[in-house]
Design a protein around this ligand. Structure first.
Ligand code: GDD
Ligand code: MG
Length: 326
């Protein structure tokens, strides 16, 4: 079974963590974000993942390689120009199975993809969208369906329709012959162009239960981190009792205070008397003696000087290697 994952976006809302690292390769707790997705896909029978890349494809390959042992094999397709969410799938046409999953590459979820696939087969749909109930739909695609699951209307980020609703979870089952009808060689949006064009013509959807999050902003990054550590999403992670994950390859002075809630990545050093809480120290970062870090993300290789205080900041390196705050 095959899944195509859209990873061409620039991840601007997660800067500075995404200046030199594409969002799917950003570390979340103890692994690149995309590995949660491949683990989830693998648990529903996917053995091949095509990554539809645009931004920083080489960096993505360097971090993700061929995939995890025992997990789906990763393949890379690189767009030379921005093709949009439907254009990127069209671009992959020659590599696609007759029926396949397609996903936005920035969702952390454990939704029941098998039930989505089964409904797709039963209805004979051309495309079936996984939906998720949220309390504020304004930053998503809102989807109206009938009792059979046929889509009546797809409204992408409609400012006139806010409040609770069933939104597009960015998880699709698609037929290759439907994808073949997407115009090639230009930017096409699946949300504002393709789905509206097949509404009433074989476009179905299914509300799904479980965990779902669009992993796009520092707030969501924190939320996802604590959800993983505190066991609200199904995955294996080492953690101690007060929501703290410390890499075995971190060096923490015994007099430092870590937590409640913290992630300390590999190659991180924390000096004597330092205090770290509600924060994530990414690989190779450093917190000097007596420094205090609260509610912050310290990006890869960033140093917090001895005695400094960092609160509510996201520190990372920009293209010139300078440390900047979000
Ligand atoms: N390959 C490729 N090429 N990927 C792209 C392109 C492109 O031109 N444009 C966007 N993507 C990828 C992004 O990297 C991301 O993984 C995914 O497509 C969705 O783009 P976002 O920019 O994150 O969209 P969004 O979050 O504002 O809205 C989308 O996701 C919501 C759920 O998270 C829409 O699909 C909404 O309808 C949906 O509710
Ligand atoms: Mg998104």
């Amino acid at each position: 079974m095959q899944a195509l994952v859209l990873v061409g976006g620039r991840g601007t809302r997660l800067r500075p963590l995404t200046y030199g690292t594409p969002k799917p390769a950003v570390t979340l707790v103890d692994r690149p974000f995309l590995n949660y997705m491949t683990e989830w896909l693998g648990s529903h029978g996917v053995d091949e993942v095509i990554l539809a890349c645009g931004f920083l494809p080489d960096e993505l390959k360097a971090v993700l390689g061929d995939g995890e042992p025992g997990g789906p094999k990763l393949k890379y397709l690189v767009e030379e120009e921005t093709l949009g969410t439907a254009g990127a799938i069209r671009f992959a046409l020659d590599h696609l199975d007759e029926t396949f999953f397609a996903l936005n590459g920035d969702v952390l979820a454990d939704l029941d993809l098998t039930s989505l696939w089964n409904q797709h087969a039963e209805t004979g749909a051309r495309a079936t969208l996984g939906l998720y109930e949220v309390s504020d739909s304004s930053s998503y695609g809102l989807v109206d369906i009938d009792e059979e699951g046929q889509v009546l209307q797809f409204s992408e980020k409609d400012p006139n329709r806010t409040g609770a609703g069933l939104i597009n979870a960015g998880t699709y089952v698609l037929q290759r012959d439907a994808v073949a009808e997407i115009p090639a060689g230009r930017e096409v949006s699946i949300e504002t162009e393709f789905y509206p064009s097949i509404t009433g013509k074989g476009l179905y959807a299914r509300p799904l239960d479980g965990y779902w999050m669009d992993f796009g902003t520092p707030e969501r990054y924190f939320e996802a981190t604590w959800d993983i550590i505190e066991g609200r999403i199904h995955t294996q992670v080492r953690t101690n009792s007060d929501g703290v994950h410390v890499s075995p390859e971190a060096e923490i002075d015994p007099s430092a205070t870590i937590g409640p809630r913290a992630v300390v990545g590999p190659g991180v050093t924390v000096g004597a008397g330092a205090k770290v809480n509600g924060s994530v120290l990414l690989e190779g970062s450093e917190v000097g003696k007596g420094a205090e870090v609260e509610a912050s993300i310290i990006g890869p290789g960033v140093k917090v000087a001895a005695g400094d205080t960092v609160g509510d900041e996201v520190l990372g390196k920009n293209q010139n290697g300078e440390v900047v705050n979000a």
